[in-house]
Design a protein around this ligand. Structure first.
Ligand code: NAG
Ligand code: NAG
Length: 530
C-alpha cells in the first residue's frame, strides 16, 4: 500500500472586498476557488469495465461561512453571529459558503481512483473528519441507480481504531444540492449543499435554501457543532460503516425517500429527544457479523483481515431480476488477496442467513428486542423506492459525539449484559470511543477508499483467480498479505509497525513494537502498536 501520497496543490485565489461589491447577493464566497479533487471510478458489464472521470466535493457544513460583502464570520466555533443572522431567511441572504482547501484544511486527497480522508488536520484551525460526495460534473452529484446492480470498492481500514467510523453510503439528496427546488440556495452541489440522511440531521447550517440559526443550541461536547430547529430527512443505504474492529451494512428507509425538511423533535433520530418521532427509520436493519454472533469473521488477523486492504461487494437483488423490480435482498461478499470470502452466517438462534432480507430483519428485531422502525417506515420496499430514484454516494470519516460509536464496535446499550443477544457488536471497550480521547490519541488515523465500481451482478469483481486490476488503477490494489503474525510494510526486524496488532486474548504473534511505538491495550482481545 502506498505510504506517501502526492498532495495536490490547489489554487488559492484571493479576491479583494472591493471587487466583491460588484457581485451583490451572492451566497458563494470567492476567497478560495472551489476546485473539486478528481476521482476516477468504473462502470462494468459482463464484457468489462470502463473508467469514468469524476470528482468529489466536501459538504457545506465544513466550509467557512462569512458575510457576502466581506469576510466577517457568520458562524464561529459552534455559534452563529445573531447580529448578521437574526433569522434563517436573512442569514441565507447575507452569508456565503466559501471554497475549500481540500488537502491543507481538511486532510482530503485523491490520487487516481483513491480517496484518502485523514482524521485530524491542524492548519489555522483544527478539522475533524470530513464528508464528501461523488460528482458527475462541477454542479451535479453523480446519481446511482443500484437496483439489480452491484457496488464495489476497496477499503483500507487498517488505521481506523475503536471509536472511528469510515463510512461509505448512499443518500437520496437532490442531484443539484436542492438549488432548483430552493432558488435561495445559490451554492448548490458545487459547494456540497443539500445533505440529508435517515437521522434527519439538525446539525446542518443550511437546509432548503435557508440557514438553521433559529433555535440553534451549541453542542456541549463538540466545539464545531450544534443543532437548530430544522432537520433534513431522506432515505439512506449504508453500504459500509466500519473501523478495523467492526463493520455493518444497513438500509434505512423513509416514508418519503427524497429530501424533506423536518421540525424540532418531529425529526426523530439521533438529534431529537424522540428518536422514533420522525418519518425515517433511524435504526435500520443492520448486518454486523460480530453482532450476528460470528466473532471471528472481521478484524485484525480474522477471516476478513483488516490489517490489509480488501474489496467489498454489495449486491441489490430484486424480485424480477431486473432494475424495474423491487428490492428483496442485499448481499455482501469480500475479496481479499484474490480470494472471494462469503459474508458470515448469523449464529444467533432464531435468526438465519448471511444477507439482508425481510425475514432476516423481522427475526433479528424480534430476537434482539429492538424497535422495528425499519418495517414501520417501509422496510426493503421503502429502500427500493429510494434506490429506484437514484442516490448520491457519500464517503466520510467521523467520530461520534452522541454514542461514542459503541453501537458499531462495543457493547450497546452499555448498561446491558454483553451476553444478551444483540448487545455485543465488537471488541472495543465501552470507554474507547469518546471523541476527545480518540481525537487526541489517534489524530493520524485515516481511511482510504479506492477502485469504485458499479455494474451488473457479478461484473465488478473476479470470482476466481488473482486480483481485480481495474483498467484505471495506477497502483496495484491487491497487496501481498503476509501471515498475520508478521506484518507487511514495516521494519519488522526491529518490531511491529505502527497500528499492528501486538496482543490480546488468543494472540500468539510478536508483542514488540518498532520504536517509537508502544503496545497499547485497546480491549481484552486487541492491543495495537501506537
Ligand atoms: C452537468 O451535467 C448535467 C447533465 O447531467 C448538465 O445538465 C449540466 O449542464 C452539467 N453542468 C456542468 C457544469 O457541466
Ligand atoms: C478480472 O481479471 C482480469 C484479468 O486479470 C482483468 O482483466 C479484469 O479487469 C478483472 N475484472 C474485474 C471486474 O476486476
Amino acid at each position: 500500500m502506498a505510504a506517501s501520497l502526492s498532495y495536490q496543490i490547489y489554487k488559492n485565489v484571493l479576491m479583494f472586498a472591493s471587487f466583491l461589491a460588484f457581485s451583490q447577493a451572492q451566497q458563494v464566497g470567492t476567497s478560495q476557488a472551489e476546485t473539486h479533487p478528481s476521482l476516477t471510478w468504473s462502470k462494468c458489464t459482463s464484457s468489462g469495465c470502463t473508467t469514468t472521470s469524476g470528482s468529489v466535493v466536501i459538504d457545506a457544513n465544513w466550509r467557512w461561512v462569512h458575510t457576502t460583502d466581506g469576510y466577517t464570520n457568520c458562524y464561529t466555533g459552534n455559534e452563529w453571529d445573531t447580529s448578521i443572522c437574526p433569522d434563517d431567511v436573512t442569514c441565507a441572504a447575507k452569508c456565503a459558503l466559501d471554497g475549500a482547501s481540500y488537502s491543507s484544511t481538511y486532510g482530503v486527497t485523491t490520487s487516481g481512483d483513491e480517496l484518502r480522508l485523514n482524521f485530524v488536520t491542524t492548519a489555522s484551525q483544527k478539522n475533524i473528519g470530513s464528508r464528501l460526495y461523488l460528482m458527475e460534473n462541477d454542479s451535479k452529484y453523480e446519481m446511482f441507480n443500484l437496483l439489480n446492480q452491484e457496488f464495489t470498492f476497496d477499503v483500507d481500514v487498517s488505521q481506523l481504531p475503536c471509536g472511528l467510523n469510515g463510512a461509505l453510503y448512499f443518500v437520496s439528496m437532490d442531484a443539484d444540492g436542492g438549488s432548483a427546488r430552493f432558488p435561495t440556495n445559490k451554492a448548490g452541489a458545487k459547494y456540497g449543499t443539500g445533505y440529508c440522511d435517515s437521522q434527519c440531521p439538525r446539525d446542518l447550517k443550511f437546509i432548503d435554501g435557508q440557514a438553521n440559526v433559529e433555535g440553534w443550541q451549541p453542542s456541549d461536547s463538540d466545539v464545531n457543532s450544534g443543532i437548530g430547529n430544522h432537520g433534513s430527512c431522506c432515505a439512506e443505504m449504508d453500504i459500509w460503516e466500519a473501523n478495523s474492529i467492526s463493520t455493518a451494512f444497513t438500509p434505512h428507509p423513509c416514508d418519503t425517500p427524497t429530501q424533506t425538511q423536518c421540525e424540532t423533535d418531529g425529526c426523530g433520530g439521533t438529534y431529537s429527544s424522540d428518536r422514533y418521532g420522525g418519518t425515517c427509520d433511524p435504526d435500520g436493519c443492520d448486518f454486523n457479523p460480530y453482532r450476528m454472533g460470528d466473532t471471528s469473521f472481521y478484524g485484525p488477523g480474522k477471516t476478513v483481515d483488516t490489517n490489509s486492504p480488501f474489496t467489498v461487494v454489495t449486491q441489490f437483488i430484486t424480485d424480477t431480476g431486473t432494475s424495474s423490480g423491487t428490492l428483496t435482498e442485499i448481499k455482501r461478499l469480500y475479496v481479499q488477496d484474490g480470494e472471494v470470502i462469503s459474508q458470515s452466517n448469523s449464529k444467533i438462534s432464531g435468526v438465519s442467513g448471511n444477507s439482508i432480507t425481510a425475514d432476516f430483519c423481522s427475526a433479528q428485531k424480534e430476537v434482539f428486542g429492538d424497535t422495528d422502525s425499519f418495517s414501520a417506515h417501509g422496510g426493503l420496499e421503502g429502500m427500493s423506492a429510494a434506490l429506484a430514484e437514484g442516490m448520491v454516494l457519500v464517503m466520510s470519516l467521523w467520530d461520534d459525539h452522541y454514542a461514542d460509536m459503541l453501537w458499531l464496535d462495543s457493547n450497546y446499550p452499555t448498561t446491558a449484559s454483553s451476553s444478551t443477544p444483540g448487545v455485543a457488536r465488537g471488541t472495543c471497550d465501552i470507554s474507547s470511543g469518546d471523541p476527545d480521547f480518540v481525537e487526541s490519541t489517534y489524530p493520524n488515523a485515516y481511511v482510504k477508499y479506492s477502485n469504485i465500481k458499479v455494474g451488473s451482478l457479478g461484473s465488478t469483481y473476479n470470482s476466481s483467480g488473482s486480483g481485480n486490476s481495474g483498467s484505471s488503477s495506477s497502483t496495484t490494489t491487491t497487496t501481498s498479505r503476509t501471515s498475520s503474525t508478521t506484518t507487511s510494510g514495516g521494519s519488522s526486524a526491529t518490531g511491529l509497525p505502527r497500528y499492528s496488532q501486538c496482543g490480546g486474548q488468543g494472540w500468539s504473534g510478536s508483542t514488540t513494537c518498532a520504536s517509537p511505538y508502544t503496545c497499547t491495550k485497546q480491549n481484552d482481545y486487541y492491543s495495537q502498536c501506537l
